[in-house]
Design a protein around this ligand. Structure first.
Ligand code: COA
Length: 343
């Protein structure tokens, strides 16, 4: 029921935003060190052939000591701001999606906002794992349309190599490091569709940190290994293949388009077989460009969609103005899918 203002109530002036929002520019940063499967095999009993055929990954990037969460974010964010054709001081909000910033507080977003030259905008981190970029995109769209910011920098950044157990066969080959960023700003025409997003907390243990920081802190020295990411690979695989194709279809429906209207599909880079299966289930036409940079980037969680977007645009597989379906899904379990116009 809509509340009616009481007679005595002061009349509050509402904020005024843009009619619509759009992605204006994208930027990516991949760490210098390329790590081929051979390096992974030094620690686990596996083979290059198994890793390639079961995940599609041939190499990933691991960050060096200087390539911190902040440094990678600033590099990617700076490129996105330049591509958007605005100045850092125009940024009115910074949202950083990450699960691998290993300092609990403050949010890394404030340091990034300051160092990138954005002044003093609202800046905060969100923890929505591989759906983090989609969550950030949706919040940014809301800010631009609601009027609390004109331009919002959304960054997905991970140093998953810090949270990977090199001896865990089910994850050691999967994860990579990097940062991807976009600027979301005002638009006169619709360029970001409704987001289909949600969580399935009954599956919260299928991807998680091995032990809590508290358990690690209170353990006797050497008793508990440094926390790492662990997963029930098959359960996550099945959920992604069966449930996420439905969510992707809902995002198309909500945007009022069909697969035939799409130019580009940018799914979270979790596993090449999950990507292939979604392409098939969604019956995507052959001409659609599909993000597949998991092959050389690995799974970079919240950074994976903007990194894949940047790669598709920079290699000419996708172009400005193309209509793209993006979908992220992961630990939580959480998901977010939406249709966007590429910058
Ligand atoms: C992790 C993943 C690649 C494993 O592939 P899979 O085909 O499901 O592999 P399984 O766990 O079923 O194991 C199959 C066999 O390979 C073996 N195996 C597991 N890891 C292996 C490895 N690294 N190298 C070689 N063999 C391996 C298993 O022991 C098993 O052998 P068995 O059949 O003799 O018992 C896959 O489950 C996956 O990608 N899951 C989703 C991951 C994901 O997206 N996570 C992040 C979400 S954002």
């Amino acid at each position: 029921m809509t509340a009616q203002p009481a007679q005595h109530q002061a009349k509050i002036r509402p904020s005024k935003g843009a009619p619509y929002a759009r992605i204006m520019g994208v930027g990516g940063y991949r760490p210098t060190r390329v790590v081929p499967n051979e390096v992974i095999l030094e620690h686990i009993d596996s083979s290059d052939e198994w890793i390639r055929s079961r995940s599609g990954i041939t190499s990933r990037h691991w960050a060096g000591p200087e390539e911190t969460v902040a440094e990678m974010s600033i590099a990617a964010g700076g490129k996105a701001i330049a591509a958007a054709g605005i100045s850092p001081e125009d940024i009115g909000g910074v949202i950083v999606a990450t699960v691998s910033h290993l300092k609990q507080t403050p949010a890394i977003a404030t340091e990034i906002a300051h160092r990138i030259g954005a002044g003093n905008p609202p800046a905060f981190d969100i923890s929505a794992a591989c759906a983090g970029f989609g969550y950030g995109l949706t919040l940014a769209k809301g800010m631009v349309v609601e009027g609390s910011a004109e331009y919002v920098l959304v960054i997905g950044v991970e140093r998953l190599s810090d949270l990977t157990d090199r001896e865990d066969r089910s994850t050691a080959f999967l994860f990579g490091d990097g940062a991807g960023a976009v600027v979301v700003g005002p638009s006169d025409v619709p360029a970001m569709g409704p987001t289909i997003w949600g969580s399935e907390g009954d599956k919260s243990t299928t991807i998680q940190q091995t032990v809590s920081w508290e358990a690690y802190r209170t353990a006797k020295p050497g008793e508990v290994r440094f926390p790492a990411l662990t997963q029930e690979g098959q359960a996550v695989f099945r959920w992604a293949v069966f449930e996420m194709a439905k969510v992707a279809q809902q995002a198309l429906d909500a945007a009022g388009i069909t697969a035939d209207d799409l130019d580009v599909f940018i799914p979270h880079q979790a596993n090449m077989r999950i990507i292939d299966s979604m392409v098939k289930t969604l019956k995507l036409p052959e001409h659609i460009a599909v993000g597949r940079d998991i092959e050389t980037t690995g799974n970079t969680s919240s950074a994976s969609i903007p990194l894949a977007m940047e790669q598709l645009l920079s290699t000419g597989q996708a172009k400005s103005g193309d209509t793209a379906l993006v979908i992220g899904f992961g630990a939580g379990l959480v998901y977010a899918a939406t249709v966007v116009t590429l910058p």
